[in-house]
Design a protein around this ligand. Structure first.
Ligand code: F6R
Length: 610
């Protein structure tokens, strides 16, 4: 949520910042701004709207200098206006700041500063922080010291970049609960909230930890703690390149990421299957076989799409490993005093590894002494660093705000995890092998579904005027119905609800009428006949039905208005296939309705506020 990029070096900072902001735009896109320093003088430019609006402003009012900070905003405190856009100045006008996160005690701090004569130009908590640091600043002391003193008074979360006009050539960064990393270049250095902002310039990065402060110049960087103890930074190599974060031949990131799924699934299982032992190998779990065998309960904590992956995980884990498993909204789990027994494994699922509720749920479990693991995409993210172990997705950067490829990646890892836990318990080698072999066929089957892109686009045209959709399925596909509804509503703004198909009769059936399409996920599986009966119920009430069905199913065409076929697979692997047409359908419906699929209204990638 919100993006930060900062640069100090020998190039015009404006270009580096603008390009970085474009790459960060998916994290927040209601306003943006940059501030550079040109001979001890700030060049501050901010604009409501998209980065293109800022770029237009910069064409007529360029910001000069070889050092600067930039920000793209997802509003929390104060509406998206030019005044509320970052960067913010302090009272003296000589200190400038960009900030991700929330300063929870900003109101008290603001009142105290106002009593001392400070005047505020915005409604943001960020401006208060700028004033607070300015209040601690004294000529002659390092800027980092003023930042440290001010941050000790702050309650809340922050990732910040600060400059002072009297100390040109220096940027100070700090973090607590909001990601910030240093990009290490040659004769230039960077700060960013997300590696994609700087990967075109350097792949060498240092991930800051909470309560760390960095002072950055073009030739050097010094990391220290909030208590001013020096820290030896670990420089890491980023595994993806600038091209991975490009759209390539696709018109949208979302479509590109949908089409990447066969490859992404392959990346998730590559090197993690042992055919000799008919099991999965997940070394990063950092738990001994004895510890894994001792697990007698699993709780998946996550949000949004990742929550749906956890729901599928419950079906898989209970079926294959017979371990009682639950999923929980991380936001509920963190505040609920849930009894969690000794041998419970608390498992976070998160694309970004920064979702604040998921992070807090993990921290709460650790506080209570539980082992915590995670499935994460972003390497070096906070969740990845705080858990006892886990599995990286290796899905590459996901830029489309709506999660697609990371969902199927999470599902793949769920299959591996369940087979692994199952094979340590009662799962027969033949069954384990059958599942793993079929998993290896999933990428090719996904490719087959994707060849229907044009046909699904036609279907989308037919249904794009609907104002409400139902998504219905049973068993393993029920979480996929929820995911289908989430995809549709978030990018096309059509109201959509997902339900277990049988549950429809207990209320939602009242919504069925000729203008409300129902999407049924009904592959040929153990609950096929039951789901078909639910389709009949909808048809009897003149509701249009779109079915996701198995290739070769001749019966379904006579029942549903439209059918999208998927290849046959094992019932427990169906979610990996059934979700794909739903993603494609949502994408095309959103396009039909003229929506910005990659940057849906009100949303932002990576939710780092509660
Ligand atoms: C939906 C979507 C969100 C995320 C959720 C969790 O398309 O993207 O629902 O799935 O915010 O994010 P992560 O996985 O980063 O923890």
């Amino acid at each position: 949520m919100c993006g930060i990029v900062a640069y100090v070096g020998r190039k015009p900072a404006q270009n580096v910042l603008l390009e970085g902001l474009r790459r960060l735009e998916y994290r927040g896109y209601d306003s943006s701004g940059i501030c550079t320093v040109d001979q001890n003088h700030f060049e501050l430019r901010k604009k409501t709207g998209r980065i293109n609006d800022l770029a237009t402003l910069l064409r007529t009012q360029p910001a000069r200098g070889m050092i600067g900070i930039g920000h793209t905003r997802w509003a929390t405190h104060g509406a998206p206006t030019d005044a509320n856009a970052h960067p913010h100045l302090d009272q003296s006008g000589k200190l400038v700041l960009v900030h991700n996160g929330v300063i929870e005690n900003y109101q008290q701090l603001k009142e105290r500063l106002a009593a001392k004569g400070h005047k505020f130009l915005s409604q943001t908590d960020t401006e208060v922080l700028a004033h607070l640091i300015g209040e601690h600043y004294q000529p002659g002391i390092p800027l980092a010291d003023a930042v440290r003193h001010a941050l000790k008074e702050v309650i809340g979360t922050y990732g910040i970049a600060v400059m002072h006009a009297d100390q040109p050539g220096i940027i100070v960064g700090a973090r607590r609960g909001s990601p910030l990393l240093i990009g290490v270049g040659r004769n230039e250095n960077f700060l960013a909230s997300d590696v994609s902002a700087i990967v075109a310039h350097t792949r060498r990065v240092v991930y800051l930890n909470d309560f760390e402060v960095v002072t950055l110049t073009a030739d050097d960087f010094q990391v220290s703690t909030l208590e001013a103890a020096s820290v030896s930074p670990q420089v890491k190599e980023v595994e993806f390149s600038a091209e991975d974060a490009d759209k390539g031949k696709f018109p949208h990131y979302m479509l590109k990421e949908i089409f990447e799924q066969p490859h992404v699934v392959q990346n998730a299982f590559r090197g993690r299957i042992s055919h000799e032992e008919s099991t999965a190998k997940l070394g990063g779990l950092n738990l001994s076989p004895a510890e894994l065998r001792a697990v007698d309960r699993i709780v998946f904590v996550s949000c949004g799409t990742a929550l749906h992956a956890g729901m599928v995980g419950e079906y898989l884990m209970e079926e294959l490993a017979r371990i009682p498993t639950e999923w929980e909204y991380a936001s509920e789990f963190r505040y609920r005093n849930a009894p969690v027994e000794k041998h419970t494994l608390v498992f976070a699922i998160s694309q970004s590894g920064e979702t604040i509720d998921t992070l807090a749920a993990i921290r709460e479990s650790r506080r209570k002494g539980h082992k915590t693991l995670a499935i994460v995409n972003v390497v070096g993210s906070t969740i990845a660093r705080e858990v006892d172990g886990g599995t990286y997705m290796h899905a590459g950067p996901e830029i489309g705000v709506a999660a697609t490829k990371t969902f199927t990646s999470q599902l793949t890892i769920m299959v591996l995890l369940s087979v692994l836990m199952g094979r340590m318990r009662h799962l027969a080698s033949t069954r384990g092998e059958e599942i793993l072999e079929e998993l290896e066929h999933i990428p090719a089957k996904m490719e087959r579904i994707l060849t229907q892109n044009d046909a699904i686009a036609k279907l989308a045209k037919k249904y794009s005027d609907a104002s409400s959709f139902l998504f219905l399925a049973r068993q393993h596909n029920y979480p996929v119905a929820l995911e289908g509804a989430l995809k549709l509503k978030e990018i096309s703004y059509i109201h959509a609800e997902g339900y277990p198909a049988a549950e429809m009769k207990h209320g939602p059936i009242a919504l069925i009428e000729p203008r409300t399409p129902s999407v049924f996920i009904c592959p040929k599986n153990s609950v096929y006949e039951k789901t078909m009966a639910n389709i009949e119920e909808v048809k009897a009430r003149k509701g249009p039905v779109i079915a996701i069905a198995t290739e070769g199913d001749t019966e379904i065409a006579g029942k549903a208005d439209d059918v999208i076929y998927i290849p046959e697979t094992l019932e427990i692997l169906e979610p990996l296939l059934t979700v794909v047409p739903l993603q494609v359908l949502s994408y095309h419906i959103a396009l039909q309705r003229g929506c910005d699929v990659d940057k849906p209204r009100n949303l932002a990638k990576s939710v780092t506020v509660e």
